[in-house]
Design a protein around this ligand. Structure first.
Ligand code: PLP
Length: 405
């Protein structure tokens, strides 16, 4: 009998943030067990509401959004995005260089589909937001992982990047601010990456969806502003800063030396028109979202939810024997290290499964972020303080006896 199997294009593609561990959590839920799901960075279910003016915009624009838009997006959205980046001093940017997408996710996939021939290499951070690795693989390219160094605030290891460049390397991906580490890269690191891109003629893809979610006195510097002579694609969106992940609204902007990327841009244009356009109703909120007072700022200051939740989790993790973590500077993730010798751990997926089975909290193992050693996992610190306290108490209890004789 004929069997229908998935295509070989998917042989090396994985996306564990919603993968086997989530499937197990869903099986448990079907059996009536209630699970606290900390596997995705989805603010709304944790009580982070979208600003009212955005919801109002959406309602007012329903009637005007029934038709398709231009493939790159509606004028008001793209103009607002252009102005946002002009104020940040993005070089050589016009409205034509802006594409809206159904979330950044769609544009990540599209940007890699337009880029990779079979065997082309793309430098991707390790750990990464795994859609990047998956999208390079799906496009036929080889993701080559460069290390972000936990000992240096999770910054990209410049020597490691250099050592991994070959004749096949076409591009470098940055995730800044970073998921899953919460790192924000300083100018010196970004300048060295630009230098490498110049020297080896690499395209730069910079995922900056968390650019507004930076805490303390750290400052997010968009790499595009340091690289007017390189071709840079920057990604942004409203899922996190405006707590509307479900509306699916993101964008990418092309800057710098576009003259060297004419053919690639033609490819992008074709892919953008093949999907017709992104959700038009969601595009209607971009202008309002990017202007005026930004309500996310309040969440990031002392007394604000994200700030206080980070402070709590950071302290709680480092107080548990066998766990340690670098303090995140941005976003709402932490990537703690587990003392694998103490707990005799060789499989990080098993570690998060054991915690799920015993304490009904779902987290993602480091391997889900393409981290090679079985010694990390990711905490999403979006739940309120009560739930976070409960979670950290459970983790402390769990590790007090876990795999210890
Ligand atoms: N990029 C990073 C680094 C992310 O963490 C996420 C979502 O978690 C995305 C992109 C996807 O964002 P969107 O909702 O815009 O598709």
């Amino acid at each position: 009998m004929r069997r229908f199997e998935k295509s070989h294009k998917l042989d090396h593609v994985s996306y564990d943030v919603r993968g086997p561990v989530l499937e197990e959590a869903e099986r448990m839920q079907e059996n009536g067990i209630s699970i606290l799901k900390l596997n995705t960075g989805n603010p709304a279910p944790f009580g982070f509401e979208a600003p009212n003016e955005i919801i109002r915009d959406l309602i007012m624009n329903v009637r005007h959004s029934e038709g398709y838009s231009d493939s790159k997006g509606i004028f008001s959205a793209r103009k607002a995005i252009e102005q946002y980046y002009q104020l940040l001093k993005f070089p050589n940017l016009s409205i034509n260089d802006i594409y809206t997408g159904n979330g950044v996710s769609e544009l990540i996939t599209m940007s890699m589909q337009a880029l990779c021939n079979n065997g082309d290499e793309v430098l991707v951070p390790m750990p990464d937001y795994p859609l990047w690795t998956a999208s390079v693989s799906l496009a036929g390219g080889n993701p080559v992982h460069y290390i972000c160094d936990e000992e240096s605030e999770w910054y990209p290891d410049i020597a490691d990047i250099r050592s991994k460049i070959t004749a096949k390397t076409k591009a470098i991906v940055l995730i800044n601010p970073n998921n899953p580490t919460g790192s924000v890269y300083p100018k010196e690191i970004l300048e060295q990456i630009v230098e490498i891109a110049r020297e080896f003629e690499l395209m730069i893809f910079s995922d900056e969806i968390y650019d507004r979610l930076v805490m303390d006195d750290y400052k997010h510097i968009p790499i595009a502003t340091l690289a007017p002579d390189c071709f840079v694609v920057t990604f942004g969106g409203l899922s996190k800063s405006h707590r509307v992940a479900g509306f699916r609204v993101g964008w990418m902007v092309l800057t710098g030396k576009k003259s060297i990327a004419k053919d690639y841009i033609e490819g992008l244009n074709m892919l953008a028109s093949m999907r017709l356009c992104s959700n038009v109703l969601s595009q209607q909120i971009v202008q309002t979202a990017l202007g005026g007072i930004q309500s996310v700022d309040e969440l990031l200051l002392p007394g604000g939810r994200i700030y206080e939740q980070r402070e709590f989790v950071y302290k709680a993790v480092n107080d548990i024997p066998g766990l340690s973590a670098v303090k995140p500077k941005a976003a709402f993730y932490m990537f703690p290290k587990i003392d694998t010798k103490k707990f005799n751990i060789t499989n990080d997926e098993q570690f998060v499964l054991d915690f799920l089975h015993e304490h009904h909290v779902l987290m993602v193992h480091g391997g889900g972020f393409n981290w090679l050693k079985p010694d990390h996992f990711r905490i999403v610190y979006l739940p309120n303080l009560d739930d976070l306290k409960l979670t950290m108490d459970k983790m402390r209890t769990f590790l007090a006896t876990y795999r210890q004789k």
